[in-house]
Ligand binder design. Structure first.
Ligand code: HEM
Length: 416
């Protein structure tokens, strides 16, 4: 087989450039190399960056890539937690992923829908008395209360636990004290849930049987054993933490409603317009820059050689903004989803491929649903003003969000 040499970025290490260019690091180079694949060096290691529809399809082939040992330690120690599904491969991954997908039933999603609506109702009553609210922060409390009720987790100290969840997803790329805050919150939150798992197993706590706390406490791994308490805790947090992180998408949704008022005027319940709006928010605004894996064993693809153990990054942000996949990708146009072909490899804000066999986000349906309920509430149930504030968002801080976190004033509930 003839081998083609992969476009390669010269220089010793490009980690600083990654921090400087953030979400656009891979896309910039895909454009300048005129190639959906290139080699670079990150954190002192050779790494392949890959994008495009075919690139994503390759990345999600479980025979070609593995996750064990791929993610940087700081991600595992804050965002994921030790022993999480994100770091598993093969049969162990399939078994654990099955555990997650088993709670994503239609009935369970409807239950979450109701919990989220109830929390929006309760919170917004209080906002009417306030001079202003910070939507990013407030929505975290809404999401935390709903997520814990859905998972069957008794919420002991609402403020402390909600802040812990925020630290877990804000800290992975942070420096100094903010990063260490994430590490402290990870140990505190793991211990909190591990104690609850123990109580469930001892028969001292009886959470709802369909919720994550009960299901994960009694789940048996591929070797037939119950999960270690700490691992079950990490996985329950793999439900609660990302639900709270939807606050970033809620802040971006409010930003989009403000910046594109013509789109806001078109949103109606029941005609699919809110769904398309939510899809476009997930495509347009940055969240995760890339997914990361390692080459399982040597192979060739399109003439390029992939060497066992090489780190490989899939360009999540770049595929959502790839001009070969989207017409005018830098315009906010929800109607582009009217004739989208539903390829699992071009629109990948939460990863691509198959939910069960691969590492695609287990909570994508949850995310879409929670966003739809929230956008409907913002558009049809609330009136508010968006005062002058810094609505810009960085393309380099990860995760990013509107700098002012969306301050709203003059809030009134619409009587239906
Ligand atoms: C807030 C918006 C969310 C974003 C942007 C997001 C994004 C992602 C991404 C990029 C991945 C990795 C895909 C890969 O490695 O190939 C992922 C995995 C995962 N997500 Fe999400 N996610 C979100 C919400 C959620 C929610 C609400 C849940 C749970 C209710 C969830 C649970 C998970 C789990 C368990 C995994 C690991 C799946 C596996 O490794 O097989 N996520 N998510």
């Amino acid at each position: 087989m003839s081998e083609t040499s992969m476009p390669k970025e010269e220089g010793l290490d490009h980690s600083l450039a990654f921090l400087r260019e953030g979400y656009e690091f891979i896309l910039h180079r895909r454009k300048s190399f005129q190639s959906n694949i290139f080699e670079t060096t990150l954190l002192g290691k050779k790494a392949i960056c890959i994008g495009g529809r075919k690139g994503a399809e390759l990345f999600y082939d479980p025979d070609k890539f593995i996750r064990a040992g791929a993610a940087p330690n700081r991600l595992v120690k804050t965002l994921f937690g030790e022993g999480a599904v994100q770091t598993l491969d093969g049969e162990r991954h399939r078994n654990r992923k099955g555990m997650f997908m088993s709670i994503m039933t239609r009935t369970q999603l409807q239950k979450l829908d109701q919990l989220i609506q109830r929390e929006w109702e309760k919170a917004s009553k209080q906002w009417e008395q306030a001079d202003q609210i910070n939507l990013y922060e407030e929505s975290q409390y809404i999401l935390m209360r709903a997520a814990c009720a859905w998972a069957g987790v008794p919420l002991d100290d609402e403020q402390k636990r909600t802040e812990q969840m925020r630290h877990l997803f804000e800290s992975p790329a942070a420096l100094g004290p903010d990063y260490w805050q994430g590490r402290t919150s990870r140990s505190g939150a793991d211990q909190w849930i591990a104690d609850l798992v123990q109580q469930v197993r001892n028969g001292e706590l009886h959470p709802v049987r369909e919720g994550a706390l009960y299901v994960f406490s009694w789940h048996r791994d591929s070797d037939g054993e119950l999960l270690p308490e700490k691992v079950a805790a990490v996985e329950v947090l793999n439900i609660i933490r990302p639900i709270v992180a939807i606050s970033i998408f809620i802040a971006f949704s409010a930003l989009a409603l403000h910046q594109f008022p013509q789109e806001k005027g078109r949103l109606q319940k029941g005609d699919g317009s809110i769904h398309r709006f939510v899809q476009e928010v997930r495509r347009f605004y940055p969240f995760f820059p890339a997914a990361i894996a390692k080459v399982k064993e040597d192979f060739h693809w399109e003439g390029y050689r992939f060497q066992e153990g090489m780190l490989t990054l899939l360009d999540i942000y770049g595929n959502n903004h790839d001009p070969h996949l989207w017409e005018q990708p830098d315009l906010f146009q929800p109607d582009r989803f009217l004739d989208w072909d539903e390829s699992p490899f071009d629109f990948i804000p939460q990863g691509g491929g198959d939910f069960h066999m691969g590492h695609r986000c287990a909570g994508e349906w949850v995310t879409i649903q929670v966003m739809e309920v929230s956008v409907d509430f913002l558009v049809n149930r609330l009136q508010y003003k968006v005062p002058n504030q810094d609505l810009s968002y960085s393309h380099t801080s990860m995760p990013t969000m509107p700098k002012s976190q969306m301050i709203l004033t003059d809030i009134q509930k619409v009587i239906s």
